[in-house]
Design a protein around this ligand. Structure first.
Ligand code: NAD
Length: 489
């Protein structure tokens, strides 16, 4: 039976004003399993009104102890209730149940971190360079924040936005992807008993309708966006037109630089998890393997062996290694890019094609693919695939490796693998990316900022400034000496 997911506005489940719905297809079966409300400007206006009221209440805006208590309650409820969100997420985007369970088991932790961190938001005295005055720095919330998310990890991406935004005294309107909205709607419904009405609203629908209406709404004072470069640039343009800041977390083509002295098995594990977990549908997917010539053949052989042993299957089963690609447009996009790469002469070491899986013949499965790009200006080497595709090139010297790594329009993440920690550290400093991992990959922490440079976007999430990024500074001056008559002759 098709399940139905409505908006969540002011703590209530609300049907779409348009009366229209968007089908969600289960990517393992190819069948419609749910439908989401098709949000429009009228739905957005109702959510904005609720959010304005909610974040204007003094017990929210001015009471950091209350905000901390609400964030702790959210964390507790997620710790107890996350299991009930797992299956809808797997049905929606095909992510393997083991990965979803891992992400959801950690959801409460993001909210708990910011419940504690907001204690650091103290009013600061400013030391001035003038006599007769003193001043202090206060932080004030923006008010209503629009949080637009992608389909690959909807609730983790939402947590990185919602938790610090609430900690800073804002209310949020989340717009999940039209490809995978179910878990976000259920998340808001689950939290309703502990979140004051109107602080967390969810409007589902298309980006150009519901998403654009959120960005354009006058009372939405800040936007935080995770998604594609095209979507991000439209959001930034609309935000600029309406004079509001936007943070953009966009795509990547992250390099993994492997030096000949790297620990072989550890590095194979890191490179495999970097590109083939989540089928490469991860913003930090380590999709360009830049490997030193002496170990190239052995390393590729180890990767091929490991990839050959992976089991395709039902993403709801714990023993499945490779589930489907998240949706049909993405499946078609990845296969088209693979076809063009092969036509351009790329040498395929593994995969490179769709896979029929018994019992899931209409599912969107693609074999983990390893290929050698012929040219550094080729599409497959330069453009984000957002799929299970690892491109390989070899190098002789560290300078060459760094040049290859930085020759990209993106700059989200990178990995450096070497047995010499000091050398690896010096290489890391020369990589143009928001995050560089040494002999490690993929970890995220509320304590470390996440974000990109170049076409990977701007602004950061998480890290020590995460709450401040959802607040604005106010300088409050006090005169402490009598003022002279300004027109005295
Ligand atoms: P997308 O840009 O198509 O959609 C992302 C969200 O933006 C969706 O909710 C969509 O409805 C909305 N949207 C689209 N156009 C809009 C508009 N004009 N106005 C307002 N909202 C609009 O991206 P996607 O396909 O869902 O996600 C894949 C992309 O996300 C990849 O490029 C990936 O690298 C990136 N991503 C980045 C990060 C990160 O943290 N940097 C994390 C996950 C995914």
């Amino acid at each position: 039976m098709t399940r139905q997911f409505q908006h969540v506005i002011d703590g209530q489940s609300i049907a779409p004003d348009s009366g229209e719905w968007i089908d969600s297809v289960n990517p393992a079966t190819g069948e419609v399993w749910a439908r989401f409300a098709r949000g429009n400007a009228s739905d957005v206006a109702a959510a904005v009104a609720a959010a304005v009221t909610a974040c204007g209440r003094p017990d929210w805006r001015d009471d950091s102890a209350n905000r901390s208590a609400v964030l702790h309650a959210i964390a507790d409820l997620l710790d107890q209730g996350f299991e009930q969100l797992i299956e809808v997420e797997v049905n929606d985007n095909g992510k393997r149940i083991r990965e979803v369970r891992g992400q959801f088991a950690g959801l409460g932790g993001w909210y708990r971190h910011f419940a504690v961190a907001l204690a650091d938001l103290q009013v600061e005295a400013l030391s001035l360079d003038q006599p007769g005055v003193s001043a202090r720095l206060e932080l004030m919330p923006y008010g209503v924040v629009g949080a637009i998310t992608a389909w690959n990890s909807p609730l983790m991406i939402a947590a990185w936005k919602v938790a610090p935004a609430l900690a800073g005294g804002n209310a949020v309107i989340i717009k999940p992807s039209e490809m995978a909205s179910a878990s976000t709607v259920m998340f808001a419904e689950l939290l309703a008993p502990v979140v004051p009405k109107g602080l967390i609203n969810v409007i589902t629908g298309y980006g150009h309708e519901a998403g654009a209406a959120i960005v354009a709404a006058d009372d939405v004072r800040k936007v935080t966006f995770t998604g594609s470069e095209i979507g991000g640039s439209k959001v930034a343009a609309t935000a600029a037109e309406h004079v509001k800041p936007a943070t953009l977390e966009l795509g990547g083509k992250s390099p993994q630089i492997v030096f000949a002295d790297a620990d072989l098995e550890n590095t194979v594990n890191g490179v495999l998890s970097g590109i083939f977990l989540s089928n490469g549908q991860s913003c930090v997917a380590g999709s360009r393997l830049i490997i030193q010539e002496p170990i190239r053949d052995l390393f590729l052989q180890r990767l091929q062996e490991r990839v050959a042993s992976l089991r395709f299957g039902d993403p709801l089963r714990d023993d499945t290694d490779i589930g489907p690609i998240a949706n049909k447009p993405q499946f078609d996009k990845v296969l088209a890019m693979l076809d063009r790469a092969k036509q351009a002469g790329a040498k395929v070491f593994a995969g490179g094609h769709a896979v029929k899986v018994e019992g899931f013949e209409n599912g969107y499965f693609i074999a983990p693919t390893i290929l050698e790009a012929v040219a550094t200006d080729s599409e497959i080497w330069q453009q984000e695939v957002f799929g299970p595709v690892l491109c390989v090139r070899s190098f002789a010297t560290a300078d060459e490796a760094i040049r290859l790594a930085n020759d990209s329009n993106y700059g989200l993440a990178a990995g450096v693998w070497s047995g010499d920690a000091d050398f690896a550290s010096s290489v890391a400093s020369r990589i143009d990316a928001g995050t560089v991992y040494i002999n490690h990959y993929r970890s995220v922490s509320a304590c470390a900022p996440v974000g990109g440079i170049k076409k990977s976007g701007y602004g950061r999430e998480l890290g020590p400034n995460a709450i401040r990024d959802f607040m604005q500074e106010k300088a409050v001056w006090h005169g402490t000496a009598p003022l002279p008559n300004p027109f005295q002759r």
